[in-house]
Design a protein around this ligand. Structure first.
Ligand code: CJB
Length: 840
């Protein structure tokens, strides 16, 4: 081998100085190095994107260094690890968050400014990884942040979708979808680890045999095999050395299989197999709160779960050389039923691959898993046709039948003769050709704990959706009200407000959100109120500039910013909000001098591409916007803006600028909501129903600081039971009639009276989500909002108190409850050590 030329060792340069130092000088040097050697550019050629990549890589280097320390510490301490399995992680941009959590945001900003570069502008170049649909995926991201911040050993496991949630465009008022090519300019944040690739089987059949010890065994002969390649992204805690990982799996064809086909001369067949494999991690299913019973979706679920469990087992055996204590060292959380096939897969791995007997395997499995339910909507409950399931996962179907057989035998002993109950509890629904595997039942039977995501939601699970399981095993049920990370949702997203808060009460709130209570003492301080208002005003100006740039609408920054941003869904009732806008419109038209509070209505959110009614609601919002925004008589009074392609980055800016938060789902339908928490944390007041976590938000901030409207859940149930008829509400409400008639006559659709007919018909003749029943209450409450907003000082007071009382809704609180009551894990502090030459 050629000899290296001798470089004299000065003894002064260490890895630390070169790549991961935290001084201004080291940071500057690191960014220049990464620009040169990562991007291959100097300052003459570098684009803003190159600078962004250099900053991202410089942060990644610093995190990797801490990651290595973290991994070592976790191994040395035999730590129990939390594995968070989720089909979605809606992480938002990484780079700003990593600067915040490393505590060097300002320092890096200063260093860049010295070179004439603006950090905030460069951070906007990051293409946000949109690997989730909405609340469920974003919750997983907040939980990873809190796990790391609380120094809990944890791994997030999911899918590295090549295309994340689609990009939404608005064309002629309609939603159009474009593929999200988030990887096309490279991803500075991930590290691939092909050496940990994992093989996953699909299809084929099973064969039984008796092994050399005379034991009955089953062998699964698959039709296809696929490789999963892990890609790791570091997840830093705030102000600690812990850096956990998010490990996402990419599907690749397994060349063994290809080779057979190639050797047989079947070139195209081999390439086709490659396509089958690589399709698996191609695209995120864009449905939220509904299932699409597609084979590819089940393939995705099984693919990432199998990779993850094999990875957990590999790491465990490497460390302990046995699987007997797997459940003592691992807590596996199922984020909804999407990964619940993991229960059958862990059984298969323990029994078929590691030759464990059923009883021990079942004991370990049941003690590893816990299941979070996120919805009461029946259309979101996953049930797979037994036919499809058996074709794709023949061995798992056998295992599920065996679990079910044993489970139902126990149930029969407990409820002799209660066949209806037994049928409801069964993991298999129906008879004959349309039999289904019920994934929620599998998740309940295979888990040690089952949790809902807000107090009301958990109660309804117990009384309703999972009632039979609750009666069978009440001790399994537990509530874990959702939370959001104050790092992204206040510190990063609202720097002006964060700075004010820190100035007043110190920075402890960042990791102990209850500290915000200390703001209460300033709620009556005129000077503080004034500053509080100025900050909201400045944030509103930023958002107004964005709206002007994107939508070409000039909004009045003195108007009330009334915001509803979330996925489009009938139960979330964006349509009720629209009915209010048209009510105000009619009032002005009826009486041009009517004293109406100026408002800017801001909407954002994606509709599932196949959800026609949701897309029609977007069209209606844009149609109303076109009429309202163009009408000179409404100038300075009403404006409507639908912001296209709502995502995490945009939402950060919106929460900071919002004044009124719309949380108006039909009571009993929204499991929790987490946007509601982010709004209130940023000082918006809520207009909302007693649904999901709204109930607890209202408890915390005080009823007098919350605008309550609508039916309660018991009232909704009662009304439904006695036969809800929307006509009763419609016929007796002239303002409502006027609104509906205006839409019906084509006023917002250039005279086309048919366009919005499906929306109107659904309201007039069915109204599943009871908009008409809640209309008057909502309008009255909105009128109270308008009055309250005019009393500027009191509004500001309420706003301050909302922020001050949001401590409970930190994801740190939620995660520490999961740790104590579900996972039984403890923090493992990580010490910071310098590298030394011995590390080589
Ligand atoms: N949720 O985002 C989803 N997708 C689903 O398929 C089911 C539920 C949402 O999960 C959030 C996190 O728990 C909840 O806050 C929200 O209410 C729920 O709709």
């Amino acid at each position: 081998a050629p000899q290296d030329t001798q470089v004299p060792d000065s003894g002064l340069v260490r890895v630390e100085d070169d790549r991961t130092g935290m001084s201004e000088q080291s940071l500057k040097r690191a960014i220049v190095d990464n620009l040169h050697y990562g991007q291959g550019k100097d300052n003459y050629f570098a684009t803003p994107y190159d600078y962004y990549m250099a900053i991202a890589r410089s942060m990644r280097d610093r995190l990797i260094k801490r990651r290595i320390q973290t991994a070592r510490t976790h191994i040395q301490e035999d730590s129990k690890v939390v594995y968070y399995l989720s089909a979605e992680f809606l992480m938002g941009r990484y780079t700003g968050n990593s600067l915040i959590n490393l505590g060097i945001y300002e320092r890096v900003r200063k260093v860049l400014r010295e070179s004439g570069l603006e950090l905030d502008d460069l951070l906007e170049k990051e293409h946000e990884p949109g690997l989730g649909n909405g609340g469920l995926g974003r919750l997983a991201a907040c939980y990873l942040d809190s796990l790391a911040t609380l120094e809990i050993p944890a791994v997030g496991y999911g899918i590295r979708y090549e295309f994340g949630i689609f990009e939404q465009e608005i064309r002629n008022g309609w939603q159009a979808e474009r593929p999200d090519k988030w990887l096309s300019f490279g991803n500075a944040w991930e590290v691939s680890l092909p050496e940990y690739r994992t093989e996953v089987k699909f299809g084929g059949h099973t064969e039984s045999y008796t092994d050399t010890k005379g034991r009955y065994q089953t062998n699964w002969i698959p039709e296809h095999t696929v490789f999963g390649i892990p890609y790791d992204t570091p997840i830093p805690g705030y102000g600690v050395n812990t850096v956990n990982i998010l490990r996402l799996w990419k599907a690749e064809s397994s060349n063994e299989f290809d080779l057979d086909a190639f050797n047989a001369g079947d070139y195209l067949g081999a390439v086709a197999n490659k396509m089958f494999s690589e399709n698996i991690s191609k695209v995120l299913y864009p449905n939220d709160d509904t299932v699409q019973g597609k084979e590819l979706r089940l393939e995705q679920q099984y693919f990432f779960v199998s990779c993850s469990l094999q990875d957990i087992i590999r790491r465990h055996i490497y460390h302990y050389n046995s699987l007997d204590n797997l459940h003592e060292k691992s807590a596996i959380q199922l984020n909804d039923t999407h990964p619940s096939i993991g229960i059958a897969e862990l059984m298969r791995l323990l029994i078929d691959v590691h030759q464990m007997d059923w009883e021990q395997a079942w004991h370990i499995t049941q003690n590893c898993f816990a299941y979070t339910n996120h919805t009461l909507l029946p259309e979101a409950l996953e049930r797979w046709s037994v036919n499809l399931f058996g074709r794709l996962l023949p061995r798992h179907l056998e295992i599920i039948y065996e679990i079910n057989f044993r489970f139902l035998s126990e149930v029969r002993k407990r409820y002799p003769g209660d066949n209806e109950r037994i049928a409801r509890l069964s993991l298999i629904e129906g008879e004959g050709a349309d039999k289904k595997v019920r994934m929620a039942n599998l998740a309940c039977v295979g888990s040690r704990k089952i949790n809902g995501v807000a107090a009301l939601h958990t109660k309804l699970l117990q009384q309703d959706v999972l009632r039979d399981f609750y009666e069978l095993a009440p001790e399994k049920f537990i509530n874990k009200t959702n939370g959001v990370t104050p790092r992204r949702w206040l510190l990063l997203g609202n720097p002006r407000l964060s700075n004010l808060i820190t100035e007043k009460i110190g920075e402890a709130w960042i990791t102990n959100l209850d500290e915000l209570r200390k703001l209460e003492q300033f709620a009556d301080d005129p000077q503080f109120r004034q500053t509080w208002r100025e900050i909201k005003q400045a944030n509103k100006q930023d958002l107004a500039a964005y709206i002007e740039r994107k939508n070409h609408i000039q909004v009045d920054t003195n108007s009330l910013f009334d915001v509803q941003v979330k996925r489009l869904h009938e139960y979330k009732r964006q349509l009720l909000n629209v009915l209010h806008i048209i009510t105000l419109y009619n009032r002005i038209k009826r009486n041009p001098n009517e004293d109406i509070l100026p408002r800017t209505f801001i909407f954002g959110g994606k509709a599932a591409p196949g959800y026609f009614i949701a897309k029609l609601i977007i069209k209606l919002i844009n149609s109303v916007a076109a009429v309202v925004n163009d009408d000179p008589s409404l100038e300075g009074r009403l404006k409507v803006a639908f912001l296209s392609n709502y995502n995490v980055s945009m939402s950060q800016q919106i929460y900071a600028a919002a004044e009124l938060s719309e949380q108006i789902s039909t009571a009993g339908k929204e499991a929790s909501g987490t946007g509601n928490m982010k709004f209130a944390l940023n000082g918006a007041l809520t207009i909302g129903t007693l649904d999901g976590a709204n109930v607890e938000i209202r408890e915390e901030v005080g009823a007098e600081n919350f605008f309550l409207c609508g039916l309660t859940t018991p009232e909704v149930y009662e009304l439904k039971a006695k036969g809800y008829n929307p006509q009763e509400y419609y016929q007796s409400n002239s303002e409502l009639q006027e609104v509906i008639r205006l839409i019906a006559c084509g006023h917002f659709s250039d005279g086309d009276s048919q366009l919005f007919r499906p929306l109107l018909d659904s309201l007039l003749y069915n109204d599943k989500y009871m908009l008409f029943a809640d209309y008057q209450s909502y309008i009255d409450t909105q009128d109270r909002v308008s009055q309250a907003y005019r009393q500027e000082d009191n509004w500001t007071r309420m706003s301050i108190l909302n922020t001050a009382r949001m401590g409970k809704f930190s994801s740190d609180r939620a995660i520490s409850e999961y740790c104590k009551e579900i996972w039984h894990v403890e923090p493992v502090p990580v010490e910071f050590k310098e590298y030394s030459p011995e590390d080589m």
